[in-house]
Each structure stands twice: as structure tokens, then as C-alpha cells.
Design a protein. Structure first.
Length: 89
């Protein structure tokens, strides 16, 4: 996939903008590139998750289905569209 995402906010800007606590250490920088080689992973991405809406956590970006045994699959999912995935009934 051809993409790059970045975090341009500082810790203080994230605290102010999203009214959250930041208890993780990260730097504003390009953090995820679609130009990765197999087995190559990028920096963690700051994320606000539903179970902890008042805090920022660091995580890996990308979809990783429960059936996937290969983490490299995750590097191909930034541009994933729900309608293109497998449908289960």
C-alpha cells in the first residue's frame, strides 16, 4: 500500500485538543508508512480507544483479523474498506 500517516501534534496539543491524559512517551513525527518491507514495523501510533476515552495509548495501526497468523497482513490494511472484507452470517 502507498500511504504515510503522521502525528504532528505534541503531547501538550493532544491533551488540550482531545481533553485526555497522555501517559505515554511519543514524539510528533511521521509514524506509519505504506512503503514497508515484509516484517518491518513502524513506530507506535497514539490512539484514543473506547474503553479508555480519557487516555491516549500507543498501538499498532492496521486491521488484524483474528484468523490471521501472519502479522505482515496488518501492513496491508490501512486503506481497507469494510465492504471488501469477507462476509460472515
Amino acid at each position: 500500500m502507498c500511504y504515510t500517516i503522521s502525528t504532528n501534534y505534541t503531547e501538550e496539543e493532544i491533551k488540550k485538543e482531545f481533553n485526555v491524559g497522555v501517559e505515554v512517551d511519543f514524539k510528533a513525527a511521521p509514524v506509519l508508512s505504506g512503503f514497508r518491507k515484509k516484517g518491518e514495523y513502524d513506530n507506535k501510533v497514539p490512539i484514543i480507544i473506547g474503553s479508555e476515552p480519557d487516555h491516549v495509548v500507543l498501538g499498532d495501526w492496521g486491521l488484524l483479523p483474528s484468523w490471521s497468523k501472519d502479522r505482515d497482513f496488518q501492513t496491508k490494511t490501512l486503506n481497507a474498506i469494510g465492504e471488501e472484507g469477507p462476509v460472515t452470517t
